[in-house]
Design a binder for this molecule. Sequence first.
Ligand SMILES: [Zn+2]
Length: 215
Amino acid sequence: MYRSTTQTFTCPCGQEFQDTIYEYVNVAQEPRLRYVVLAGLLNVATCPICGRKAAVGRPFIYSDPDHELLVYVHPRADAPEEARQLILERLRSVYLNIANGQQAEQHVDEGDGGRAVEMTPGQAQEMPPLKVAFGLDQLVELINADLDPEERLGKLAMSTHSRDTAERGQFFAIARKLAVEMECGVEVEDLPDEYTVWLYGPRRRIGSLMRSLAL
Ligand SMILES: [Zn+2]
């Protein structure tokens, strides 16, 4: 389950294109989105013509009920202190309203990645504690902290030195077909003398893909 909007972007190259911007992702129901997040590609608009990427500074909620993870993700890792306080205050009241908690406890951890704040309603209820991440890196840390190593992000590069647009297109079509079969995501790195398609997904799956390609 997810909530998203389709937005139209205009690339500096002149191309207009549409991309999906997420407000809420639930990776129990849409597991591929976990890897889009881990690859740093959620809410990143990518031009289909030139491959230019632009991060869309939009907050979203990341939910992973299997790992009891519920995170409000603010897009900016460098949000000023007053803005952070304001966001935390607002979220706290919204969350407490939802959770119907009577007493709120707040745990503040000062970590390397900045600050993760945990809000726990006093009453037992079904919602996991809401965490707040400033920037995708903090979210990635929270996700990886509770993820089996084999379930973490794995990547595999397939590249060609062909400069021919048609050949590159064909190469991309093959790589994407493979990715769809393996339920992996793709990311293109388009350089003048090298064209690379990255396949990404759970390490376990990328590992078996590498083994099958080696045969
Ligand atoms: Zn472009």
